[in-house]
Design a protein around this ligand. Sequence first.
Ligand code: ATP
Ligand code: MG
Length: 275
Amino acid sequence: MTQLFSAPAHFITIGNKKGGSSKTTTAITIAVALERIGKRAVIIDLDPGQNSAQRYLANRSAELPSPAVEIIRAQETDDRRTHRAGLYLAVIKATNEIMERHEPDFVIFDCPGDYSHQADLAHSAADTLITSINASMIEFPLLAEQDERGTYTRPGSYARRVAECRHARADMALAEPQRWHVIVNQYDPRARLELPPSRTAPAFWQRLALITERLGCELHAGLSLRAAARDLFLSGLTVLDLEPTTPSIEAAQLEARTMLAALKLPGITQTRKAA
Ligand SMILES: Nc1ncnc2c1ncn2[C@@H]1O[C@H](COP(=O)(O)OP(=O)(O)OP(=O)(O)O)[C@@H](O)[C@H]1O
Ligand SMILES: [Mg+2]
């Protein structure tokens, strides 16, 4: 729980400086999973240009347990340094108003695939920080720089930004430690993550396990690549809303529940077993 905001809640931030890395899908899946076990979740979309989270849930049936979605439209200005404090205050004020309206147990910030003051504040304020990536080595440079043999040399640009935001967290006197998770989505469902990866595991998992170890964050598998996941957008559904009528749906639901359990969120005693 952070003291930046006027009401108690657990803050989850989902970010990465990369577009299309499954951030919104992860935010919605976690929020729906929380709602389905009786927790109140509100997603705060920090990307008003795209407005994806709200559009995702727009066609969702009112009968289903649903998270609230809000958008914060704080204005970036050209003079980034002098306006940072003002922007932070605007986001804190807007978040407090949203929390008054919804009284959530969990606030989930869905960040844009770019740097912004809003995203920085969300990265500092998070009790649980989730960096969502897709299963491709092309995602690695943002996390870590490597030499030509794939040996870690130093944190990548996004990881350095996370480090700055974590320093700012200390400056904001937010004493509680932040848990940082890297969640991999859109992986081949036949090549699941084993930790620690064996010598025969795909090179992607082996290298990523080394990178996350060096960065001091936890590594988990999220949702594997499923054609059905794209179509679910049209009806505002997640895999957790489907009847488990096929092995593929059952497997996708287990992935979502396993991801939620791995986050070890407060007050969640869910096991990996299908409910
Ligand atoms: N497990 C999955 N299987 C198949 N497709 C997926 C899966 N997860 C996400 N996608 C698809 O990948 C695309 C990008 O996902 P998403 O919008 O969640 O990314 P994002 O990081 O929020 O993007 P942006 O940076 O634009 O906000 C979408 O078309 C989404 O439907
Ligand atoms: Mg998004």
